[in-house]
Design a binder for this molecule. Structure first.
Ligand code: SF4
Length: 332
């Protein structure tokens, strides 16, 4: 391999011959795992639902104490219900805002539609179709990318997603696995198992849908053996891409309460680089690495607070892999 890992930017350029950027969208979805009967969501669930930073127009309302109050208030309650027409209107506005941002910052690049926030397949297939159609009819897009959970991909939804392969170059599902260990998934309160994830991957791949698997490194109850197990699950399911996150403790989450009460340790940059290299060496070399770090606005991030920025991390990672003579997949 001429690269230490399969880099996303290079991959996109080779595939499309141009730069491609995503317009991250909030389609007004909730998440089945955030209901009170499921315990209020994943332990780290952030009420902002992972929306793109440039779409968080109300971000200034949040800080490390107000986010706590607002987030705890929302856990276990249904999301405010918007009508379908309101959701479409909101999508139009978000796409306009996202397009303007990308056109200014990256002129002459192509765009993809990315339903990013919460669980973007958590609705009736007819409603999903209207929302996806509405977003795609606003312009020319390379990819439709939909972020979801393994337990929200019933066959009619997989069929609907596959139908968009006629319309865009690729349909992707961003699929939360987070850990390849069921004990960790229970600790997180994920509400699904590793085998649910494997089943979803099999059905998505059979339908020609590409997968980006999300994993988190740095859970307090995970050591190297658990990370190697996650790598095995990734190798077995063989997604086209992965996104690696470092565990972030965000104000207002249940993880934040446990972090304070139990003095939980959170990986610093050196430890996250070490765990990232361990994972990379044990996954197939053809899997594209789309991300290495979580992205939380610093005023809401409780820990880690002294982690460097993305470029510093990637440089440190690269230097350490060169020092070790390590490359993605070399330990398989
Ligand atoms: S799947 Fe995502 S949106 Fe749902 S509870 Fe977990 S973190 Fe929150």
């Amino acid at each position: 391999m001429d690269q230490l890992w399969r880099d996303y930017k290079t991959y996109l350029h080779l595939r499309y011959g141009q730069r491609v950027y995503r317009i991250g969208l909030d389609g007004g979805f909730s998440c089945p795992n955030r209901t009170a009967s499921r315990g209020g969501g994943c332990i780290y669930c952030d009420a902002k639902g992972s929306s793109a930073v440039y779409q968080r127009r109300d971000e200034s309302r949040y800080n490390r104490s107000s986010a706590f109050v607002e987030n705890i208030d929302q856990l276990g309650k249904p999301e405010p219900s918007l009508s379908l027409e309101d959701r479409k209107r909101s999508l139009t506005a978000q796409i306009r805002h996202g397009s303007d941002f990308l056109d200014t910052r990256y002129p002459d690049s192509a765009k993809s539609i990315y339903f990013q926030a919460f669980t973007s397949t958590y609705d009736e297939p007819e409603v999903l179709k209207q929302l996806y159609d509405h977003a795609l009819q606003t312009g020319e897009y390379r990819e439709l990318i939909v972020s979801t959970r393994p337990d929200c991909l019933e066959d009619p939804i997989v069929g609907l997603l596959a139908s968009y392969r006629q319309r865009v170059d690729a349909v992707w599902v961003e699929l939360g696995l987070q850990s390849g260990n069921d004990a960790t998934l229970r600790w997180i309160g994920r509400g699904h198992t590793v085998s649910d994830y494997l089943d979803a991957c099999e059905r998505l791949h059979a339908a020609g849908i590409e997968i980006s698997t999300h994993v988190i490194l740095g859970f307090p109850l995970e050591g190297d053996a658990e990370i190697l197990n996650t790598a095995k699950v990734i190798a077995q399911s063989h997604p086209e891409a992965i996104k690696i996150h470092n565990l972030h403790v965000v104000a207002g989450t249940r993880l934040y309460e446990r972090y304070l009460a139990e003095n939980l340790a959170v990986s610093d940059m050196g430890e996250h680089a070490r765990q990232t290299i361990l994972l990379l060496r044990h996954i197939p070399a053809d899997i594209v690495i789309q991300r290495f770090l979580s992205d939380t606005p610093s005023h809401r991030l409780a820990a880690p607070r002294d982690f460097g920025d993305k470029n510093t991390f990637v440089t440190a990672l690269r230097n350490e892999m060169v020092r070790l003579g390590a490359t993605q997949g070399d330990a398989l």
